[in-house]
Design a protein around this ligand. Structure first.
Ligand SMILES: [Zn+2]
Length: 359
């Protein structure tokens, strides 16, 4: 169901939640049958990495499993989708189903990412090879997600008679960007050079943070309100530039890192502003980016209820660029800059702060 969140991530008003409660069974049947068909449609016959025929794909974790295990309580954890009032989604997720995708074979899954998926490898600064593996994993997940979305939109358009062609064009552009970035990462992985990615932030925290995260994000604006990515510039010539962010809770400590493709200039001003911040403010910025931009933050299963009910955090989690684009009469980019303004970082609890450590 998690894949479906992107489409419905706004949350529902109370009246509709009640309505949903009454029609739960019917609604669940409908959504799960569309999802099942879309999964079937988007399934490929070969492993995306090694191109060998593959009948059963690996249930790959986007975030290394050892990280999820460190913040699971009795095998369960929350994810940021739980902050949105969405009655059709389960309240908690098991470690096995958290943030997974299926487009590569078991053999590739257990060999290709082995450098970065080893918790022992974080005492030193991560190598370029580890960063390449992280990027590769992020884009594989992105590719899998976009392919599913494309078939999901097709099926929904067919069923409801809606015209979703505009959104489909965006999906196709996204997919192509992901494929290009994946190819770069794959090449970087086997490269003898170690300058394919630029690690500009690496921090070891001497406590276990209650969240786990690994994803690529296209930041809209920097700390001074300047545009980094015009997310509404949908053209094949304009490519969104991603920043990769990881928050890995280890056994007794945590690592937080951010990196980009080497030579990428779009983030230069942001890095300069970021570097001037104190250590704690840096963590606040990262924490805010995760919750406002992504629906894929995994949260400690034993987190205090007041965090999951925090209004500011819920509001941040509900933010979506799709909603903004649909509002007429305003410049969506201006609005997005305001919505994702990193200076709002103190309006949500900073879960990377030691006060929230997993005990
Ligand atoms: Zn394979």
């Amino acid at each position: 169901m998690q894949d479906f969140i992107r489409l419905l991530q706004l949350g529902l008003p109370e009246s509709e939640i009640e309505l949903f409660d009454q029609k739960k069974v019917e609604y669940n049947k409908k959504t799960s049958s569309i999802l099942r068909k879309s999964r079937e449609d988007s399934k490929r016959p070969k492993c995306y990495l090694c191109s060998n025929d593959c009948s059963s794909f690996c249930n790959s974790h986007s975030i290394p499993r050892f990280c999820l295990e460190n913040i699971a309580l009795n095998g369960h954890l929350y994810y940021s989708g739980n902050l949105i009032d969405m009655p059709m989604f389960d309240k908690e997720k098991g470690v096995n189903e958290a943030g997974t995708f299926r487009i590569i074979c078991r053999n590739c899954d257990s060999t290709v990412f082995s450098d970065y998926e080893n918790p022992e490898h974080y005492s030193n600064v991560p190598t370029d090879k580890m960063l390449s593996q992280i990027a590769m994993k992020n884009y594989l997940k992105g590719i899998s997600k976009r392919e599913l979305e494309i078939s999901l939109y097709n099926n929904m358009a067919q069923m409801a008679g809606n015209d979703l062609s505009q959104q489909q064009t965006v999906n196709e552009l996204d997919l192509n960007e992901y494929i290009n970035e994946f190819e770069y990462a794959k090449k970087a992985c086997g490269s003898k050079w170690n300058d394919n990615y630029y690690l500009y932030y690496y921090e070891i925290l001497e406590y276990v943070v209650p969240i786990a995260f690994q994803n690529n994000i296209a930041l809209v604006g920097d700390l001074d309100g300047n545009v980094i990515n015009n997310i509404y510039h949908h053209s094949a010539d304009y490519v969104l530039k991603d920043i990769h962010i990881c928050v890995f809770p280890l056994k007794t400590r945590s690592v937080v890192l951010m990196f980009i493709r080497n030579g990428e200039s779009r983030y230069r001003a942001f890095f300069k502003q970021f570097n001037k911040l104190s250590a704690n403010e840096k963590l606040k910025v990262i924490n805010y980016i995760l919750f406002s931009y992504s629906e894929d933050v995994f949260i400690y299963g034993g987190i205090d209820e007041s965090v999951m009910n925090h209004e500011g955090l819920k509001l941040a989690a509900k933010q979506t660029s799709i909603a903004i684009a649909d509002t007429p009469f305003i410049d969506p980019l201006e609005q997005a800059l305001r919505t994702f303004d990193l200076n709002k970082r103190s309006t949500i609890p900073n879960l990377l702060d030691e006060n929230y450590r997993v005990r």
